[in-house]
Design a protein around this ligand. Structure first.
Ligand SMILES: Nc1nc2c(c(=O)[nH]1)N[C@@H](CN(C=O)c1ccc(C(=O)N[C@@H](CCC(=O)O)C(=O)O)cc1)CN2
Length: 296
C-alpha cells in the first residue's frame, strides 16, 4: 500500500514557516509582502481559486491587492493595470488568474508583468531560463514547484530516476518536465498525440509519474510501476448524486487502484492543490525579500 502524501498538512507546515518570515520582515524593515491578484470575468472555478489565494494572503499577513475586471475588459486595459502594479513599490508579486477570456492574448499580458514580480513564473523569460542548463529563473511556476516540493518532503530522490509527465500544458506539464530535468531525472512527456500503447508502456517504466492530463482517472493502477511515486495534478469534477453539490473532484489517476501499487501517491483533493497556493505565497515572500533587502 502506498504512502499517501498529505498535501494539506505539508502546505500547513510551509505556511507557518512563511508566516514567521513575514513577521520577521515586518519587524526588521516595517514592510510586508504584497501580492496583486488580477481576475477577469466570472468563471466560477477562477473566482474560487482567487478567493482561496486572497484568504491565504490575509491568513499569513501578506497584503493582497485585488483587481477584479469585467469579462468584456479590453486587453489594453488589463495591460494598463499590470503596468500600474509593476510600478507600485508595495506590490512584490503579480498574478493574472488563467484562463483569460478568448479576446485577450494571454502571452501578451504575461509578458508585460515585471520579471521581478512574476510570482506565477509564467513570463516567457522565466520559462526560457527554466529550459536552459545552468540558468535559473527568478520564480518557478507554482504547481510544478509544488510537485517537486512534495517529492522532496516525502524523501523521494529524483536524480537518475525515470520520470514521466502526462500532459504538456504551459502551466503544468511542460514546466514540470523542465524542473524534473533540472533535478537530473530522465524525463519523458506523453501527451494527447502519444499512442495509447506508448502512453501505457512509458508510464509502466516510470519511477516518478506526474499526471497533468485533465482526464478523470485516465491512468490505471495496472500501468503503475510497483513502488513508483505518483503525483496527481488533475482536478476533474465528476457527477456524484450522493453529494449535496452533485459532484466530486477526482484526479487523473485511478487512486483506488494505483494506491495499491505505488510507493507514494497524492490524493485529489488535498494533494497538489493546496500546495500550489502555498508555493505562490512562498514565491511572493521570496520576491518581497529580494526587493526589500535590496532597497534597504
Ligand atoms: N495564474 C494562474 N492561473 C491558474 C493556475 C495558476 O497556478 N496560476 N493554476 C490553476 C488553478 N489553480 C490556481 O490558480 C488552483 C487549482 C486547484 C487548487 C486546489 O487547491 N484544489 C483543491 C480542490 C479545490 C476544490 O475543492 O475545489 C485540491 O486539489 O485539493 C488551487 C489552485 C489554473 N489557473
Amino acid at each position: 500500500m502506498a504512502t499517501v502524501i498529505d498535501g494539506k498538512a505539508v502546505a500547513q507546515t510551509i505556511r507557518s514557516e512563511i508566516a514567521d518570515e513575514v513577521r520577521l520582515l515586518s519587524q526588521k524593515y516595517g514592510k510586508v509582502p504584497g501580492l496583486a491578484v488580477v481576475i477577469v470575468g466570472n468563471r466560477k472555478d477562477s473566482e474560487s481559486y482567487v478567493k482561496t489565494k486572497r484568504k491565504a494572503c490575509a491568513d499569513l499577513g501578506i497584503n493582497s491587492f485585488d483587481i477584479d475586471l469585467p469579462e468584456e475588459v479590453s486587453e489594453a486595459e488589463v495591460i494598463r493595470h499590470v503596468h500600474e502594479l509593476n510600478a507600485n513599490p508595495d506590490v512584490h508579486g503579480i498574478l493574472v488568474q488563467l484562463p483569460l477570456p478568448k479576446h485577450i492574448n494571454e502571452e501578451k499580458v504575461l509578458t508585460e508583468i515585471s520579471l521581478a514580480k512574476d510570482v506565477d513564473g509564467f513570463h516567457p523569460l522565466n520559462i526560457g531560463k527554466l529550459a536552459m542548463k545552468g540558468r535559473d529563473p527568478l520564480f518557478l511556476p507554482c504547481t510544478p514547484k509544488a510537485c517537486l516540493e512534495l517529492l522532496s518532503r516525502s524523501g523521494v530522490s529524483i536524480k537518475g530516476k525515470r520520470a514521466v509527465v502526462v500532459g504538456r500544458s504551459n502551466i503544468v506539464g511542460l514546466p514540470a518536465s523542465l524542473l524534473l530535468l533540472k533535478a537530473d531525472a530522465t524525463v519523458t512527456i506523453v501527451h494527447s498525440q502519444t499512442s495509447q500503447s506508448d502512453t501505457e508502456s512509458i508510464i509502466r517504466e516510470a519511477d516518478i509519474v506526474i499526471a497533468a492530463a485533465g482526464q478523470a482517472k485516465m491512468i490505471k493502477g495496472s500501468w503503475i510501476k510497483p513502488g513508483a511515486a505518483v503525483i496527481d495534478v488533475g482536478t476533474n469534477s465528476v457527477d456524484d448524486p450522493t453529494r449535496k453539490s452533485g459532484y466530486r473532484l477526482v484526479g487523473d489517476v485511478d487512486f483506488e487502484e494505483a494506491s495499491k501499487v505505488a510507493g507514494w501517491i497524492t490524493p485529489v483533493p488535498g494533494g497538489v492543490g493546496p500546495m500550489t497556493v502555498t508555493m505562490l505565497l512562498k514565491n511572493t515572500l521570496e520576491g518581497a525579500k529580494r526587493n526589500i533587502e535590496q532597497n534597504n
